[in-house]
Design a protein around this ligand. Structure first.
Ligand code: SAH
Length: 347
């Protein structure tokens, strides 16, 4: 049993098998998910011998903060090491309404989006629920305040790690844990249709974000390989069904890349395809990644694009760019760390 990924009921069952009293399961679960400790030695209401036994039987596989960067705007980026030596990262952002943590769900990513740093070091493995959860726990302890929102928008494709991500969400919203509101969780996907279908059946109150980034196949095929398995129109059809089935508004992410996807025509095409859908569009100037040729659209272009969507009755916001001086875009920090340590580890 991976204890940090286990539900209280699973811990109880495992303890029973090892003849550990059942009330200990509740205690340990609380230490892990309410008091956020990462070592059995901190579980002071357990006898010392039991702490030793537990640490041998069930190591706590949380991420370990290696480096912390703070941007001028207060955004914090944490680089973590995993028990097998690789790196993942999270970003902690302060908004008026509280702290948001952006967590990674995989080490690297298979999706190959042309503008994204997560993909450059290759794919290593998916994270366990506990490893994803411990990024949130670290953030909460680091800022010393309750984390109010969690977004699965760090490294990795959540739909490619579906079961662990669902378990992460279950534990994160557990009333015996941090008890985060499901409505304050966003899950972002590049658009894997089978994953969206599975999520739809669960009727969760979370926000589904779709990384759309293009209004048509011609553009999307060039920047997002996933488009070859699910075209823009197919994706939007699934999204429309998702909103009907769950009554939840979908959020479309649209990273503005100069001369690639940011023309007025692109905006009009996007507007015509989204018309009537329960959705919101987030326009984000792309964060420059050293290895990729894409440049952010100028503010005037973003404004014009945004105005066209708004005039067509589409709800749209231009996302503030946070933390660009600390490489706060998915995968940038891990890439740099691997580079500093003499090459990519995961190719
Ligand atoms: N794999 C998931 C979640 C991680 S990426 C997904 O694709 O949605 C989170 C968001 O950041 C996605 O919308 C992604 O396309 C976007 N992104 C990746 N690299 C970026 C960059 N350099 N600048 C701006 N946005 C970027």
């Amino acid at each position: 049993m991976d204890i940090l990924s286990a539900t209280q009921a699973e811990i109880l069952a495992a303890f029973k098998e090892n003849s550990i009293q059942s009330f200990r399961a509740k205690q340990v679960y609380e230490w892990l998910h309410k008091k956020l400790v990462t070592d059995y030695d901190e579980m002071t209401n357990l006898p010392k011998s039991m702490r030793e036994t537990l640490s041998e039987l069930y190591p706590i596989n949380s991420v370990k903060a290696e480096k912390i960067f703070t941007a001028e705007d207060g955004t914090v980026k944490a680089l973590y090491s995993l028990s097998d030596g690789d790196f993942v990262e999270s970003v902690i952002m302060k908004y008026k309404y509280g702290y948001t943590v952006c967590v990674s769900s995989q080490v690297g990513c298979k999706m190959g989006c042309a503008f994204c740093a997560s993909t450059l070091g290759g794919f290593k493995r998916s994270l366990t629920a506990g490893e994803i959860l411990s990024q949130v726990y670290f953030a909460q302890k680091y800022v010393g305040e309750r984390i109010s929102h969690v977004v699965l928008m760090g490294m990795g494709e959540p739909m490619d790690n579906f079961d662990n991500v669902m378990r992460f969400i279950e534990l994160l919203t557990d009333e015996n844990g941090l008890n985060l509101s499901m409505r304050n969780i966003s899950l972002s996907t590049c658009g894997i249709p089978s994953g969206i279908e599975k999520l739809m059946q669960k009727h969760l109150q979370l926000t589904l974000s779709i990384s759309l980034h293009a209004p048509n196949d011609e553009i999307r095929n060039k920047i997002m390989p996933v488009n070859k398995i699910c075209s823009v129109d197919e994706l939007l059809n699934i999204c429309r069904r998702y909103t009907e089935e769950t009554s939840r508004r979908i959020s479309f992410e649209y990273s503005m890349m100069s001369g690639v996807n940011d023309s007025d025509d692109n905006a009009r095409e996007l507007a015509s395809k989204l018309r009537g859908m329960l959705c919101h569009v987030n326009l984000i100037p792309i964060n420059e990644v050293e290895e990729s040729p894409f440049k952010p659209s100028p503010p005037s272009r973003i404004k014009s694009f945004s105005d066209i969507l708004a005039q067509s009755g589409i709800s749209v916001t231009v996302r503030r760019k946070l933390g660009s001086d600390i490489d706060a875009s998915c995968g940038q920090l891990r890439l740099k760390e691997n580079r500093d340590r003499g090459g990519y580890k995961c190719s």
